[in-house]
Design a protein around this ligand. Structure first.
Ligand code: ATP
Length: 283
């Protein structure tokens, strides 16, 4: 038993050649990363570096050609049907674009009930759960009868988060979930992610190209460059005193103060995660 919820080791992903690339393309080269229960690991990197590919691999959606992905000590490539079904509840995803990720013809209630119905939750329990989910993402309960187009980008992202939470996941892959939002909305949605984590103990793999966003939310940060993790560690260190030239370039483009107002809160959150993981590992 390890204390990690997710343990990725030496992961290789190759896309088959097609179109402009005749040869297979190695999108991930020996990537190792782990996430503890309740922890946020931020994944930062430039466009095309492989961040989404890693997120998709964790969701079982990328052509893995080597290495391993252990989720709660089980190799996700070797699960039977029942285990895969369980895994698809426990690992959820929130995408970047709140405009295209919600079915425009379904009401919010229908959107949130869908994953519950698939898992056989009764109609009465599902309706109650919708109320709880809207509450959790700080939307009014009368939102349930409205359509996605009646909401702003930030509110739609809250709905996407509520949908991801419907089945009580242990891990959410968040792929650039605030990149399409304006700055003040970004800050509120990031704080919502943190509040939800504190309430539920869910872990996040949080993908972003923005160092400040990743620093705000993450306990630990990994930097991806050309399909490899080139730097990782404590979020404050990586984001304020970067070592790799790529991270340094990012930092030069948008310096982040160190320490900042959130520093103490982050340090406390980090300590709690480490203590919990140590307790689990010892059990
Ligand atoms: N389905 C696919 N088939 C072939 N190549 C792919 C496929 N998906 C991604 N790639 C390639 O893999 C590399 C990594 O892509 P990926 O989308 O993981 O990067 P990213 O860091 O998430 O970029 P962005 O921030 O732009 O989303 C890119 O060179 C991309 O062209």
């Amino acid at each position: 038993m390890t204390a990690a919820l997710l343990d990725v080791k030496d992961l290789e992903v190759s896309y088959p050649g097609s179109g402009f690339r005749a040869q297979p393309f190695r999108a991930l080269k020996g990537v190792s990363i782990d996430i503890k229960p309740g922890e946020t690991v931020g994944l930062v990197g430039e466009s095309g570096s492989g961040k989404t590919t890693l997120g998709r691999a964790v969701l079982g959606l990328a052509p893995v050609t080597g290495g391993s992905i252990l989720y709660r000590d089980r190799e996700i490539g070797h699960l039977n049907r029942a285990e895969r079904r369980e895994l698809s509840s426990e690992i959820q995803v929130v995408f970047q674009d709140p405009y295209s990720s919600l079915n425009p013809s379904m009401t919010i209630e229908q959107i949130l009930i869908e994953p519950l119905t698939v898992r056989g939750v009764s109609a009465a329990d599902s309706k109650k759960r919708v109320g709880d989910l809207l509450d959790q993402v700080q939307l009014p309960t009368d939102a349930r009868h409205r359509l996605p187009r009646e909401f702003s980008g930030g509110q739609r992202q809250r709905i996407a988060i509520a949908r991801a939470l419907a089945l009580d996941p242990k891990l959410i892959v968040c792929d650039e979930p605030v990149s399409a939002l304006d700055l003040s909305t970004q800050a509120r949605v990031l704080d919502l992610f943190i509040d939800i984590q504190e309430q539920t103990g869910v872990a996040y793999l949080f993908i972003s190209h923005d160092l400040a966003v990743v620093r705000h939310i993450s306990h630990r940060v990994a930097v991806m460059y050309h399909g490899e993790i080139v730097e990782s560690g404590d979020g404050d260190q990586v984001t304020a005193r970067p070592q790799h030239p790529y991270t340094q370039r990012l930092f030069m483009a948008a310096p982040i103060p160190d320490p900042d107002r959130q520093g103490e809160r982050r340090a406390l959150r980090r300590r709690l995660i480490d203590e919990q993981a140590a307790a689990t590992g010892a059990a």
